[in-house]
Design a protein around this ligand. Structure first.
Ligand SMILES: Cc1cc2nc3c(=O)[nH]c(=O)nc-3n(C[C@H](O)[C@H](O)[C@H](O)COP(=O)(O)OP(=O)(O)OC[C@H]3O[C@@H](n4cnc5c(N)ncnc54)[C@H](O)[C@@H]3O)c2cc1C
Length: 486
């Protein structure tokens, strides 16, 4: 991918690196090229940068001291969590004049308060650890996504991550009560309040969430946790077409008494890649169908003895839909292991596509009711550019969010396929704009969609974003060349 950072900074002076080294100590500092390598390469290898140093502070005060030094010396900083982002936002540029600030050593759970349904954490805690900690207290932290074993909560909040339960619990932004942030000049903003209601002027925390590290460094957060579901039903089904998935979701809300937690749409093409490349994944149904849905209902009420629960309700619901022809075939998970097997198929889509070869990805959202026509029009538009490309639309149908991906035609190499990158993007995003959708539903902008944001957002929106960036980071030192150019 080309370097989009227009102002190349001077090399970082040795005196600055020494000052940073003194703050974080040997455990938190390296300039060794081999040790820095894992911090400069994007996991899909779309970006390969360089850094003057990788710095891992142990606490907020060290982050603040490092930021103060960088501010005074004019050194740009790239914050990093688990490095699972999909927009290149956490990778330094190729010029090597930036330092990487990784939050990995700040990985403590500071407090769990089951009574108030809150958990206070440092930014480097891995998402899965937060989920497990909540579960150990009979609570749920509902943010859930394919990279949960590696991504860190600071990265989740900085990208305002979505995942598979947004439908019921909202995205990362809705799971936060308070934040602590180190500003680009090294000042600490302590907004670590556990308040549900707080109308004291502008909502600062929401500025930093979704900013992809361009406005400040999130160091700690107060998260919302929820009652743990006691009765979960998971079904894998073949549906007539995408319109049937929208219809079934709309009816599922009532049938489940508003307990739909996930509704994921997949195509046969996506499944073929998963079965081909991911060991241990098998088709839950016998026949071949064009479209599939993974549906999950969760209730916090345990099934009373001898009573009926979510599974029986879902069974009756699906039976009725099968009679109507919306659902063609279905199977309900009989155990947690079987439910996990269904989820593995869904969660392995990105990995399988990566192994299959080059693909061009779009993370779009439209109104839920627009999904069927969007899929039809979007596929036709992409095929006008490359007739033999293999469309792989899948995703969070309940959020109107599709990963609208195009796999290269069989045998076509990356260079040849990527020559059509711009044209394929334009074909898809023009339809997104026409139906008032978003060109980035959950992954963010980073470097990957910088030009697209400038193309598709209005001058007023871009102007407001630039004003905010200039106000907080006048020297453009916080993750420059990502999200918005000033
Ligand atoms: C297999 C797979 C599945 C995925 N599924 C989903 C999905 O369903 N939904 C979804 O939304 N995303 C998904 N993602 C994308 C990714 O997991 C998320 O964007 C995740 O939230 C990134 O977290 P991270 O810790 O890896 O952040 P990183 O990749 O390290 O960083 C992401 C951005 O946040 C910034 N940043 C990191 N930490 C901080 C901090 N403490 N303060 C300020 N800025 C910071 C970085 O500079 C960068 O701009 C998926 C990724 C993979 C690999």
């Amino acid at each position: 991918m080309p370097d989009t950072y227009t102002t190349i900074p001077a090399a970082v002076p040795a005196s600055v690196l020494e000052a940073i080294h003194r703050v974080v100590g040997d455990k938190g500092f390296t300039t060794d090229v081999r040790e820095m390598e894992p911090h400069v390469v994007e996991w899909r290898d779309n970006y390969h940068g360089r850094a003057a140093a990788v710095v891992k502070p142990a606490n907020t005060e060290e982050v603040a001291a490092v930021m103060k030094i960088c501010h005074q010396a004019g050194v740009p900083v790239v914050p990093q969590g688990g490095m699972t982002g999909l927009t290149g936002a956490g990778i330094p540029h190729e010029h090597g004049g930036e330092i990487v600030l990784s939050l990995r050593r700040m990985n403590r759970i500071l407090e769990v308060n089951p009574l108030a349904f809150t958990m206070t954490v440092e930014a480097g805690v891995v998402l899965k650890t937060i989920q497990e900690t909540a579960a150990a207290h009979d609570r749920l932290f509902p943010l859930s996504l394919g990279a949960e074993g590696s991504c860190a909560i600071g990265g989740n909040l900085s990208t305002n991550a979505g995942g598979v339960q947004v439908l019921h619990y909202g995205n990362a932004r809705s799971l936060v009560l308070g934040l602590e942030v180190v500003l680009p000049d090294g000042r600490i903003w302590n907004g670590l309040r556990a308040l549900k209601k707080d109308n004291t002027g502008y909502d600062l925390k929401n500025l930093f969430m979704g900013a992809e590290g361009t406005l400040g460094i999130i160091t700690r957060a107060v998260l919302k946790i929820f009652p743990k579901p006691k009765d979960v039903a998971t079904a894998w089904m073949a549906v007539r077409d995408p319109a049937a998935s929208v219809e079934l979701l709309s009816r599922a809300h009532e049938a489940s008494e508003d307990n739909v937690t996930s509704c994921e749409l997949m195509s046969r093409q996506g499944l073929e890649f998963v079965f081909k490349h991911i060991p241990g994944c098998a088709d839950p149904l016998e026949g071949r169908h064009d479209w599939y849905v993974l549906l999950e209902w969760s209730s916090t009420r345990a099934v009373p003895e001898g009573g009926t629960g979510m599974t029986e309700r879902m069974e009756a619901f699906l039976g009725a839909l099968m009679e109507e022809g919306l659902v063609l075939d279905a199977t309900l998970a009989q155990s947690t292991t079987q439910a996990q097997a269904f989820w593995k198929i869904r969660e392995s889509h990105s990995e399988a596509q990566k192994i299959e070869g080059p693909s061009i990805k779009h993370d779009i959202s439209v109104s839920v009711s627009e999904i069927p026509s969007f899929i039809e029009r979007g596929i036709a538009a992409m095929k006008q550019v490359v007739p033999d490309l293999r469309p792989v639309p899948f995703g969070h149908v309940g959020d109107g969010n599709l990963h609208f991906n195009a796999q290269a035609p069989e045998g076509m190499g990356k260079d040849e396929f990527f020559a059509h990158y711009g044209a394929i993007n334009r074909a898809v995003y023009d339809i997104v704009r026409e139906v008032a959708g978003s060109i980035s539903a959950e992954h963010g902008i980073g470097r990957f969609k910088l030009e697209e944001l400038e193309h598709y957002r209005s001058p007023v929106e871009l102007d407001v974003m630039r004003s905010i960036k200039r106000a907080l980071d006048p020297q453009n030192l916080m993750n420059p060349g990502k999200v918005i150019r000033i």
